[in-house]
Write a protein that binds this ligand. Structure first.
Ligand SMILES: NC(=O)c1ccc[n+]([C@@H]2O[C@H](COP(=O)([O-])OP(=O)(O)OC[C@H]3O[C@@H](n4cnc5c(N)ncnc54)[C@H](O)[C@@H]3O)[C@@H](O)[C@H]2O)c1
Length: 264
C-alpha cells in the first residue's frame, strides 16, 4: 500500500530511541524526509545514519521539547531546510516509577509534566501555524494505556497521558476544518531489543531498565491476550498509517496498540 509519503517532510520527536527510532525508520522506508527532533543528538544521528544507509533522507535537529524556544527554532529550521511539515509525531515521553504518596516525588512530577505534557503542547502548537496556512497536516501523539486506565506508581505520568488524549480531541475539533487530523496511539509495554536502540536519555536506561529481562518480558506477556509484549515496529506501523492520507477520515481518535491489554 502506498501511503503517499514520498518527498513529504515528517518530524519525529525523540526519534533516537526505541519506539521513536522505529517510527523514524518506518517513515524513512516510506520515502519521507525525516526530521528527528532529539535532545540526544548523537543518538538521533545514529538513527538518521540508518535511514540514509537504507537510501532514505534524514536530518537531526537537537531539540528540547519542553522548551518553547527550542521547539519553535526546530520547526523553523525544519521548514526552511527540509520542507513544509506534513506530519508531526509527538513521541517523546518519560517516566520512572514512584508512589503518589512518596513525599519526595514532586521534582519528578515537575519533570514528567514538562516532558510529557508541555512537550506535546509545545510541538503541537508550533507546527499548527504552517499546517493551517497549507490547509493540511497530521499530528499523532504517543499516549499510554496509563492515560486511559490509570497505572500503579505512574500517577502523574498517567495524568499527562490523559491530558494528551483530551488535548488531542479538543485540537482535532478546532483544526479539522483546516484539513488537519489529530490522533493518539497508546503503546503497550514495548522494550528496546538492545542498548544500541536506546540512548542515554531513554527511560529504559533508568529505573525501567530492570523490567527488560527475559523473565519480566515473559511475565508481562502473560497479561496480554495476544501473549507477547509490543515490538517497536507494531507501534510504528500504526503511527505511519494514522499519519497518512489513507487515514484521511480519522481524527480525534485514541488507539491502543497493546495486544488487547486495553479494550476500550
Ligand atoms: N515503551 C513503552 O512500553 C511505552 C508504553 C506506553 C507509552 N509509551 C510512550 O511511547 C513514547 C516512546 O517511548 P519509548 O519507550 O520509546 O521512550 P524512550 O525513553 O526509549 O525514548 C524517548 C526518546 O526521547 C528523547 N527525549 C527525552 N527527553 C527529551 C526532550 N526533552 N526533548 C527531546 N527529546 C527527548 C530521548 O533522548 C529518547 O531518545 C513515550 O511517549 C512513552 O511515554 C511507551
Amino acid at each position: 500500500m502506498d501511503l503517499g509519503f514520498s518527498g513529504q517532510t515528517v518530524v519525529v520527536t525523540g526519534g533516537g530511541s526505541n519506539i521513536g527510532r522505529a517510527i523514524a525508520l518506518a517513515f524513512g522506508r516510506e520515502g519521507a524526509r525525516v526530521a528527528i527532533a532529539e535532545i540526544d543528538a548523537s543518538q538521533g544521528e545514529k538513527v538518521a545514519r540508518e535511514i540514509r544507509d537504507a537510501g532514505g533522507d534524514a536530518w537531526v535537529v537537537e531539540t528540547d521539547v519542553s522548551s518553547w524556544d527550542s521547539v519553535t527554532a526546530m520547526v523553523q529550521r525544519v521548514e526552511r531546510e527540509v520542507g513544509p511539515i506534513e506530519a508531526l509525531v509527538n513521541n517523546v515521553g518519560w517516566t520512572q516509577e514512584v508512589a503518589f504518596l512518596d513525599p519526595d516525588a514532586r521534582v519528578q512530577w515537575e519533570r514528567e509534566v514538562q516532558i510529557n505534557l508541555w512537550g506535546m503542547i509545545n510541538c503541537t502548537r508550533a507546527v499548527l501555524d504552517g499546517m493551517v496556512e497549507r490547509q493540511r497536516g497530521s499530528i499523532v501523539s504517543m499516549g499510554s494505556d496509563a492515560g486511559r486506565m490509570g497505572e500503579f506508581r505512574q500517577g502523574v505520568y498517567a495524568a499527562c497521558k490523559g491530558g494528551i488524549i483530551a488535548l488531542s480531541k479538543s485540537v482535532a475539533r478546532e483544526v479539522g476544518r483546516f484539513g488537519i487530523r489529530v490522533n493518539v496511539v497508546c503503546p503497550g509495554t514495548t522494550m528496546p531489543d538492545s542498548d544500541e536502540e536506546a540512548g542515554d536519555s531513554s527511560m529504559w536506561r533508568g529505573d525501567f531498565g530492570r523490567w527488560n529481562t527475559p523473565e519480566m518480558r515473559e511475565r508481562i506477556a502473560k497479561l496480554y491476550p495476544l501473549r507477547r509484549i509490543g515490538r517497536p515496529d507494531d507501534i510504528a506501523d500504526t503511527v505511519v498509517f494514522l499519519s497518512s492520507e489513507r487515514a484521511s477520515f480519522v481524527t480525534g481518535q485514541t488507539l491502543s496498540v497493546s495486544g488487547g491489554y486495553t479494550m476500550i
